[in-house]
Write a protein of this length. Structure first.
Length: 381
């Protein structure tokens, strides 16, 4: 994967290329950002640029054996680790990334390097309750692989996608090698939730912050994907929120069913909260708890988006609203109940619930507390 294959992020791509040319190559780097912003794709493009023997004009050649193998995630000196799991696994059975490497390569190729945790877990068919993780046994394998000499490239690279899924034992095992790696060894961690990493890991890595993609870039991408109406392309680009994967869902209509379900649940929560229907709120929490983990996070993300948009309408600046259709119709009526006095506490409740769900908290307890807390905050402003 070349830098030219990455959508937007021009300044960051130049910075990464220049750091290699200047010899400023940190042995442990942490790429932070969403899959839809290109964090994983950028990390692979960076490794390819570093290993390319014919790089020029700020990009890898894309044709040499090193480039071709890295682009296919099949280079002998590029080792991959990512969260895995399997339904029906035996008690005590350790899942290792190498067992699932063909599936990961196929998904990476099919998505052009833009992969979300939800897409990966769906590919693994983990169902509603299981989640991927990086085990302590995987950490042992990391250390063993990096103890070998490189085969072809100047650097041995260990690329860890979603290191926040490591348990504490696994994290502690790689601390020593992160701090004092073997010569010509490169760690590249790609995280969507770096706040979940141990502080000791954060302190041993150099962060490469991957920002959300600019709306103007996504607008052009929407046109390239076949959206002919400029107004629709602009609205989709704004609604995608800097996320190329989300833009793809909007253009293809793939996320319509999930978005509609999230919207209906949001409307129900707000109506029940306003009317102090506490028993019905318990039923709402049970319904939300039955969703898959990733959709629970999606529901909370959409709730935060709709609350912020309602606040924008309450503030009297609809020209910067990202809503249309039934979302706009509901939020325009709901806006009087979201103002300066409650928007921050509401968002804090969403962030707290999201963190608890991410940390595998009991969803019935999380959503019950969330719904009852929200009901106390929804009042006319």
């Amino acid at each position: 994967m070349r830098f030219a294959d990455i959508t937007g992020q021009e300044e960051l791509k130049r910075h990464l290329a220049q750091s290699v040319e200047a010899g400023r190559i940190s042995h442990a780097q942490l790429f932070t950002g969403l899959g839809g912003s290109g964090a994983l794709a950028l990390a692979v493009a960076y490794v390819q640029y570093l290993c390319c023997r014919h790089r020029a004009n700020g990009d890898s050649c894309g044709e040499c054996p090193d480039c071709r193998q890295i682009a296919a995630l099949a280079h002998p000196d590029l080792h991959l680790v990512f969260p895995v799991n399997r339904q029906g696994k035996k008690s005590g059975e350790a899942m290792l990334s190498d067992e699932f490497l063909p599936q990961f390569r196929a998904l990476f190729a099919a998505r052009g390097g833009y992969v979300s945790p939800r897409q990966w877990y769906e590919a693994l068919d983990l169902g509603r309750t299981l989640k991927g993780m990086i085990s302590a046994r995987e950490a042992d394998a990391i250390i063993r692989k990096l103890s070998f000499k490189s085969f072809e490239a100047d650097y041995k690279t260990m690329l860890v996608w979603l290191p926040e899924t490591m348990n504490e034992e696994a994290s502690n095992k790689i601390l020593k090698i992160l701090e004092e790696p073997w010569e010509r060894t490169l760690f590249v961690l790609v995280s969507e939730q770096s706040e979940r990493l141990l502080p000791t890991i954060l302190s041993r890595t150099q962060e490469v912050a991957v920002p959300r993609i600019e709306t103007s870039v996504l607008e052009r991408a929407a046109v390239e994907k076949g959206v002919s109406d400029p107004v629709q392309a602009r609205n989709m680009a704004r609604l995608a929120g800097g996320d190329l994967l989300e833009l793809g869902h909007l253009v293809a209509g793939e996320g319509d069913a999930v978005r509609k379900e999230n919207f209906d649940l949001f409307c129900s929560l707000m109506r029940l909260s306003y009317n102090d229907k506490h028993l019905e709120l318990l039923g709402w929490a049970e319904e939300a708890a039955q969703l898959a983990r990733e959709q629970q996070r999606s529901l909370l993300h959409d709730a935060a988006r709709l609350l912020r948009e309602s606040f924008v309408l309450h503030a009297g600046i609809p020209r910067i609203s990202y809503l249309w259709g039934e979302e706009l119709a509901f939020c325009a009526k709901f806006a009087p109940f979201v103002g300066p006095g409650n928007i921050e506490p509401l968002i804090q409740q969403i962030e707290s619930a999201t963190a608890q769900i991410t940390q595998n908290g009991n969803p019935t307890i999380v959503f019950t507390h969330f719904a009852l807390s929200v009901s106390k905050l929804i009042k006319p402003m």
